[in-house]
Design a protein around this ligand. Structure first.
Ligand code: A2R
Length: 325
């Protein structure tokens, strides 16, 4: 029986670990690219079911080796400097990682004549400044990126288009809106809040949650829905095309925080604003249109955000309980 071989870059990351679980459940052979220094805690439980290949994707020779070993049918390229806020501190590094890892993969595919299907992971951050009359955001909306991270993702996205056009490669482009769930990095606001609350419940800190700007609104999906969408895009998406993955509903960061506080076992939690958590320019509102992916690919999320946030808080409770004291 034919068994799809999927190469997942950034396999040790938040999305990588969820995508790996999904692909294994589908019966795929999973090959993961990771760096020698990558933390493997998220994939430890399933490590014996994977083939792992060491590579820094900024090095084309090492990328060639990965492709030669993996011989993939599908490539989902998740590896990236993924944190918008960090990109203000390290714009050059963000650009270098996000752009060069992908161009190395494309060039190595060309050199090795790989016909693998490739999914480019873009972001709703590419839309950046969105006017109220442009909501919900469609794929045709102008891109007005507002952070170094967003510019790097625009570049990855358009590079995917160019390689599709220039060389006829099977490249589909995803623009994922915010996604969260268990294992989300603590640098991301909703996960940071959940962790702070879990630490308060464990008596490790005073009941004060430190926050940045609570006003922006974001369109959140569950990461487990998003990875299913990624898979479906490779199976059914039109090469060269771009697709939003979103819920079509936006929540303010404040609403997310208040929901998490409402789930806490503590009677009262103070909210304290911390200017260090503010970004130079933030995107005020992101709400996507999911019409294209729903109509053309048949994907829509099924897990409500309330469930996702509850699972995220529970994840932090369990991690904190498991820590040596
Ligand atoms: O930094 P590491 O060694 O822990 O590995 C990260 C990997 N990565 C790289 N792998 C190979 N060569 C590189 N030069 C390189 N730089 C980074 O990417 C880690 O395994 C992964 C990123 O994981 P997270 O930060 O948890 O990102 P997440 O949320 O899974 O995002 C996946 C994709 C990214 O393209 C985001 O920009 C997008 O979804 O939102």
């Amino acid at each position: 029986m034919f068994r799809v071989r999927i190469l997942i870059t950034g396999i040790t990351g938040f999305v990588g670990s969820h995508l790996t679980e999904f692909a294994l459940a589908r019966g795929a052979a999973v090959i993961g690219a990771l760096r020698w220094r990558s933390k493997t805690e998220h994939i430890e439980r399933i490590r014996d079911q994977l083939t792992l290949v060491e590579s820094d994707l900024r090095d084309i020779l090492s990328v060639r080796t990965v492709l030669e070993q993996a011989q993939p049918d599908y490539i989902i390229h998740l590896a990236a400097q993924s944190f918008v806020a960090a990109s203000w501190q390290t714009p050059g590094e963000t650009f270098h990682t996000n752009v060069n890892c992908q161009v190395n993969l494309f060039e190595a595919m060309r050199q090795l004549k790989s016909s693998a299907r490739f999914l480019v992971i873009g972001s709703s951050e590419e839309y950046g400044l969105v006017h109220p009359n442009e909501l919900p955001i469609r794929e045709t909306n102008p891109l007005r990126p507002l952070s170094p991270y967003a510019v790097s993702k625009v570049t990855q996205d358009l590079m995917g288009y160019q390689y599709y056009k220039s060389y006829g490669m099977h490249i589909v482009r995803a623009r994922a809106f915010n996604h969260t769930g268990p294992r989300r990095g603590e640098t991301f606001s909703e996960s940071n809040f959940a962790r702070q609350i879990a630490e308060m419940e464990a008596g490790l800190r005073e009941p004060v949650v430190h926050v940045g700007d609570l006003n922006p609104t974001r369109d959140f999906s569950d990461v487990r829905d998003i990875v299913r969408g990624y898979w479906m895009l490779l199976e059914r998406g039109t090469p060269g095309d771009v697709y939003n993955l979103c819920s079509g509903v936006d929540w303010s960061i404040e609403r997310v925080l208040k929901f998490l506080i409402g789930k806490s076992t503590l009677p009262r939690i103070e909210i304290r604003h911390d200017p260090a958590r503010l970004r130079p320019s933030d995107v005020p509102i992101l709400r996507g249109s999911r019409e294209k992916i729903e109509t053309e690919v048949g994907w829509r999320g099924t897990i409500p955000l309330e469930q996702t946030l509850t699972d995220l808080l529970e994840y932090w409770r369990q991690r904190i309980a498991a820590r040596p004291r």
